[in-house]
Design a protein around this ligand. Structure first.
Ligand code: HEM
Length: 409
């Protein structure tokens, strides 16, 4: 039997070895790592922890801006990660690897959207390129011009309902009232997204109340960031399963089950409707390759979030910036009021022609991007040229606005 003293010695030895390993890694990362020639602050280049802490504080995007202002368009922001704000990076990373025509874009880093369970399919956000490409083909018909035209009446229906609700709150006497516009934008975008994904809305705009999913979605980003941070310290992420509060686990199960149930209900409709499910059903009928019902259920639970909170956050940014910029507000108001004689003329097709309004929306997206960071990419094993510089082989992540990163283990 080992005595207390021996156990203490073993523990001290283990802690000592771990510390030694950390020190050696820090020295290696700063002085010997293949990315050592890229500029970046030593505290970020030495260990992943600085990046993780910035992400968890919710200020990674601001820190990245400061780093780029100080170090230039390419900055090393972790031992194995580069951040780019050079416009060439867009093409080199997202369009065709290393800007070589026909070369595939650089793959996503699985650390961000890893499968939760072994037996579940990859989602459209996952890092399995075959599944991703198949989903893209199957959903493509939901995003072309014709699809958007066909979906317009559905979108207009919920926007009209929101305006009616605002009118009823003000009353006929023309009294003023205060509304929480961010909540209402969430209600309307979730209802639209729910209808396009599941064939029915969440009834939030009608009731003026959030559905439980709205709340879950607003915390979605934090959850992804936490899981991604832990994934960098594998196998630590396995602890999450045991340490996650029961309420969070229940919400996750509830979300998945409701999503499955709603897709099944949508499939029972047996009628053509301009929505995301329809394009997959048609694809499955016409093509040899298929999207399985499990895959459809999972992807619809992604779509319902992907299309809603992003859009409402963007609109909130547009309103916020317009309120801060009275000259732009009066110009856009003037454009809308002079373009239409009556409210019923305002629809998806007619507003898309308003030049200044579209400029305002684009500027709103630039000033307040709903997704503050992009999904990181992984540079392929043979390496890649990004912004005219070779990022060495074995590279693991890359993304734009943006990071490309490298690791050799
Ligand atoms: C202003 C609103 C939106 C913003 C800011 C936004 C942002 C993003 C971002 C940053 C990505 C990841 C891109 C990447 O790194 O590969 C993404 C992907 C995606 N978004 Fe959006 N999005 C918006 C609206 C929508 C809408 C309305 C839908 C409709 C359902 C949607 C569906 C998707 C899907 C399906 C993907 C995965 C695409 C793929 O992997 O090929 N998004 N979005």
């Amino acid at each position: 039997m080992l005595g207390f003293e021996s156990i203490a010695r073993v523990l001290v030895l283990l802690v000592g070895l771990n510390l030694l390993y950390v020190v050696v890694r820090i020295i290696y990362n700063i002085f010997l790592h293949p990315l050592r020639h890229y500029p970046g602050p030593p505290i970020w280049c030495a260990a992943r922890l600085t990046w993780v802490l910035a992400l968890q504080r919710g200020y990674l995007h601001r820190d990245l801006l400061d780093l780029h202002n100080k170090y230039g368009p390419i900055v090393r922001i972790a031992p194995d990660e580069l951040s780019y704000v050079d416009p060439r990076a867009w093409k080199d990373i997202y369009v065709s690897g290393g800007s070589r025509p026909g070369h595939p874009p650089i793959e996503r880093n699985g650390i961000w959207f890893r499968k939760q369970r072994h037996d579940e399919p990859y989602s459209i956000l996952g890092n399995n390129e075959d599944a991703h490409a198949r989903y893209r083909r199957a959903f493509a018909a939901s995003f072309n011009e014709k699809a958007v035209n066909d979906q317009s009446p559905l979108i207009e229906k919920y926007v009209d309902l929101m305006i009616q609700r605002f009118r009823s709150m003000v009353g006929t006497g023309g009294n003023s009232t205060t509304i929480d516009i961010v909540s209402w934008l969430n209600f309307v975008t979730f209802d639209i997204s729910g209808d396009l994904s599941f064939g029915e809305s969440f009834g939030s705009t009608k009731k003026g109340e959030p559905h439980a999913w709205v709340e879950i979605a607003c915390r979605f980003g934090k959850g992804i960031a936490l899981v991604a941070s832990l994934n960098y310290y594998a196998p630590l992420q396995k602890l999450l399963k045991y340490t996650m509060p029961a309420t969070v686990r229940q919400k996750m199960i509830y979300h998945r089950e409701l999503s499955t149930q709603k897709v099944r209900q949508r499939l029972q409709l047996h009628k053509e409707r301009a929505d995301f499910v329809q394009s997959v059903l048609k694809y499955n009928q016409e093509k040899a390759e298929k999207v399985t019902s499990n895959e459809l259920e999972l992807n619809m639970s992604v779509f319902v979030f992907a299309g809603s909170e992003t859009t409402s956050t963007t609109m909130a940014a547009v309103f916020f910036n317009l309120l801060k910029t009275p000259a732009a507000m009066s110009r856009v108001t003037e454009e809308v009021r002079s373009a239409f004689a009556h409210e019923r003329e305002i629809d998806v097709a007619s507003v898309s022609k308003l030049e200044y309004l579209n400029a305002v929306i684009n500027e709103g997206m630039r000033l307040g991007p709903a997704s503050a960071i992009a999904v990181p990419r992984i540079v392929p094993a043979l390496g890649e040229r990004i912004c005219g510089r070779r990022v060495p082989g074995g590279v693991r992540q890359a993304s734009l606005f943006g990071r490309a990163s490298y690791t050799n283990f």
